[in-house]
Design a protein around this ligand. Structure first.
Ligand code: GAF
Length: 406
C-alpha cells in the first residue's frame, strides 16, 4: 500500500500547537514549500543543462511571528538526528554551526535583502529527510517565503533572485555546492505540471501532467550512503575540469560535439598527460551530454502523451547514472529492476532520482497498476532485507503564504 501523505491542515495544526506551547502566543505568519521529485535530467543543472522536476505534495511548513528582540528563536519538529529541536541566534551574528538543521534557516536569514527582522518560528515537514527529494531546499524556500512577509525588502526582488539566495544558503551554510534545480522547483512548481528548467537561461516551462490514468510513484529505498557528501563535489569538479579541457564554458556547450572526438580530446589533452584529468572523466561527460539531450526529448514525449517513450528515456537515464556517472547504489538499482519487471502490467519507466547513493526512485505507471506494482516491489525489496516506503505523488504547487486560523 502507498503511504498516506500528511494533509497540509494537519501540519499547520501541529506547528501552531507547538508554537503556542513554546512561545505562549499564536503564530500569525506562515509559509509552505514543497520537496521535489526529478522526472529526468540528473546532475545536469550545474552543467547549465535541462532538468525536468515536479513539486511534491510533501511540504515544509513554517509558522511564526516577527519580534523586536534581535534574537531569532526556532524550533523544528522534523529532525532525523539526536540534535536539539530548539535553537537561538542573533540577527547580528549569523554563522553556520550546530544544530545542522538550522543552517538552512540561518543561511536564508543571512541572505535576506535589507535589514533582517528577528522572529520566533516553528518548522514541521512531511518531506522525507535525507530521501533525495529536497527536504533541505524545501526548508530554505519555506524560510524565504516566511521571512519575506516580515522583512520589508524581501518580497520586492525577482523570483529568480530569491531562488539564487536559497541556493547560496545551501552552498555557504550547508557546504553543499548544489545546482539550482531544487530551490527553483520548490519556488515555482505548479499543480498538475512538471517544469522543464533550462538551467543556463534560468527559465522554466510548465508541461501539463494531468492525465488521471498516469501516475508518479516515488519509492524511498530508506538507505543513505555516506558517499553522498563527498562524491557530489567530486562529480561537479570533474565536469568543470572537462569543460576546461574541451574549451567550453560548461558541458551544455559540449552537447553538439561528437562523443568519440570528445573522448579523444579529453584523453589526449595536456591536462590528461599531467594527470589532472581522472580516468572516469569521459564517462562523466558522456552521462551529462546524453542526459541533457534525453531530458529535452523526454519532456517533448511527455507533452505529447507518449508515456512509453518517456519511460524508455527514464530507463536510459538510470543506466547512465549507474554506469557512467556512478551515483546509483545496489538498493536503487534493485528498486528500478523490480519496477521494470512490471512493464507488462503498466509500468512505463523507472529511475533513481536526485543526487544518488540512496534516497528515492521515481516510476511512471498506469494508475490502474499502482497497487499491483507496489505489492511486487515491496515483496521483492523486503525479501532482499530492506523496507521501502511508497508515495503516489500528484504534481503539486510551489511555495506559498499560509492563511493561519485567527
Ligand atoms: C541534488 C542537487 F541539490 C541538485 O542541484 C542536483 O544537482 C541533483 O542533486 C542531481 O540532479 O539534489
Amino acid at each position: 500500500m502507498a503511504s498516506q501523505i500528511r494533509p497540509l491542515g494537519e501540519l499547520i495544526d501541529e506547528a501552531t500547537t507547538a508554537f503556542e506551547k513554546r512561545f505562549g502566543s499564536k503564530p500569525t505568519i506562515g509559509a509552505r514549500a514543497p520537496g521535489r521529485v526529478n522526472l529526468i535530467g540528473e546532475h545536469t543543472d550545474y552543467n547549465d543543462g535541462f532538468v525536468f522536476p515536479m513539486a511534491l505534495p510533501m511540504v515544509t511548513v513554517i509558522v511564526g511571528n516577527p519580534t523586536t528582540s534581535g534574537v531569532c528563536r526556532v524550533e523544528t519538529l522534523s529532525v532525523s538526528t539526536d540534535e536539539p529541536w530548539y535553537t537561538e541566534f542573533s540577527v547580528d551574528d549569523i554563522k553556520p554551526g550546530k544544530p545542522k538543521w538550522c543552517n538552512y534557516v540561518k543561511g536564508v536569514a543571512a541572505q535576506m535583502p535589507g535589514k533582517l527582522t528577528s522572529f520566533d518560528a516553528v518548522i514541521v515537514s512531511s518531506v522525507p529527510l535525507g530521501g533525495g527529494v529536497s527536504s533541505s531546499a524545501s526548508v530554505e524556500v519555506a524560510t524565504y517565503t516566511f521571512l519575506e512577509q516580515i522583512c520589508a525588502e524581501g518580497a520586492d526582488i525577482p523570483l529568480i533572485e530569491k531562488i539564487l539566495k536559497c541556493q547560496k544558503a545551501e552552498h555557504v551554510f550547508a557546504g553543499m555546492p548544489c545546482g539550482i534545480m531544487d530551490q527553483f522547483i520548490s519556488m515555482m512548481g505548479k499543480e498538475g505540471h512538471a517544469l522543464l528548467i533550462d538551467c543556463r537561461s534560468q527559465i522554466g516551462r510548465l508541461v501539463p501532467m494531468s492525465n488521471p490514468d498516469v501516475v508518479v510513484l516515488v519509492t524511498n529505498s530508506n538507505v543513505k550512503h555516506e558517499l553522498t557528501g563527498s562524491e557530489y563535489p567530486t562529480r561537479r569538479k570533474q565536469c568543470e575540469t572537462a569543460a576546461k579541457v574541451l574549451g567550453v564554458t560548461s558541458l551544455r556547450d559540449a552537447t553538439e560535439l561528437d562523443l568519440e572526438a570528445t573522448r579523444e580530446r579529453i584523453e589526449e589533452s595536456e591536462q590528461a598527460k599531467k594527470g589532472e584529468v581522472d580516468k572516469e572523466t569521459f564517462c562523466r561527460v558522456r552521462h551529462v551530454i546524453t542526459e541533457i539531450k534525453r531530458t529535452d526529448q523526454a519532456s517533448a514525449a511527455l507533452e505529447m502523451g507518449d508515456y512509453e517513450r518517456f519511460g524508455d528515456y527514464m530507463v536510459a537515464s538510470h543506466n547512465s547514472l549507474r554506469d557512467d556517472y556512478e551515483v546509483s547504489c545496489k538498493e536503487l538499482d534493485q528498486l528500478v529492476e523490480f519496477a521494470l519487471e512490471m512493464k507488462d502490467e503498466g509500468v512505463y519507466g523507472s529511475r533513481m532520482t536526485g543526487g544518488g547513493f540512496g534516497g528515492c526512485t521515481v516510476t511512471l505507471l498506469k494508475a490502474s497498476a499502482v497497487d499491483k506494482v507496489i505489492k511486487h516491489m515491496d515483496t521483492k525489496y523486503t525479501a532482499s532485507g530492506r523496507k521501502a516506503t511508497f508515495f503516489v505523488c500528484p504534481p503539486s504547487d510551489g511555495a506559498s503564504y499560509l492563511d493561519l486560523p485567527a
